[in-house]
Design a protein around this ligand. Structure first.
Ligand code: ACO
Length: 157
């Protein structure tokens, strides 16, 4: 499986994967916004025939205040079911994180995850070293709570 930076041509495949994998869906315009504004931050995993089997859709904080450090954000990540537990999500996250630091000097990265999403929480916390920094009650449209998770790129600072 190849991991590469997402292009505009990949956005429909990313949107299809998102629709298959998650209840949190976005307009095509929102995918386009990510790709045009932060083209270095979103990645796809493709099979040998070039089909998208996983993606990460990521961005920087839209409206940073002057006193805060640049912050990356994962809008969505998912991998098609037959391709899970192969390390793809881990690799997609790492590629995007590296780009956040290299291109935007990100000091940290944030994301939201459903309280019940054990697979994703394990990926973020146990594999990637994220920490829960907030619990947001009723964050999702169906009323489920979210964990706000955060990873500091330079934990010493
Ligand atoms: N149960 C427990 N731990 C898991 C699981 C699982 N089902 N899946 C992954 N992990 C953890 C493990 O620690 C794993 O390491 P290991 O395989 O060596 O034990 C580690 O995460 C890395 O796993 P990957 O193989 O890189 O993860 P994968 O490619 O399977 O993708 C993902 C994980 C994205 C959560 C996938 O299960 C998925 O697409 N789920 C549906 C969509 C989803 O929930 N996306 C996240 C929503 S939150 C957001 O988008 C910000």
């Amino acid at each position: 499986m190849d991991i590469r930076q997402a292009t505009i041509d990949d956005l429909i495949g990313m949107q299809n994967a998102n629709l298959l994998n998650l209840p949190e869906n976005y307009t095509f315009k929102y995918y386009l916004y990510h790709a045009l504004t932060w083209p270095e931050l979103s990645y796809v995993a493709v099979d040998p025939r070039g089909r998208i089997v996983g993606y990460i859709l990521a961005k920087m904080e839209d409206e940073p205040s002057p006193n805060t450090e640049p912050s990356g954000h994962v809008t969505s990540i998912s991998v098609l079911r037959p391709y899970r537990r192969l390390g793809l999500a881990n690799k997609l996250m790492k590629q995007s994180q590296e780009a956040m630091v290299a291109h935007y000097k990100a000091s940290h990265i944030t994301l939201h995850v459903r309280k019940s999403n054990r697979a994703a929480i394990s990926l973020y916390r146990d594999t990637l070293g994220f920490e829960v920094h907030a619990m947001e009650k009723g964050y999702y449209a169906d009323g489920e709570d979210a964990y706000g998770m955060r990873y500091l790129f330079n934990k010493k600072s």
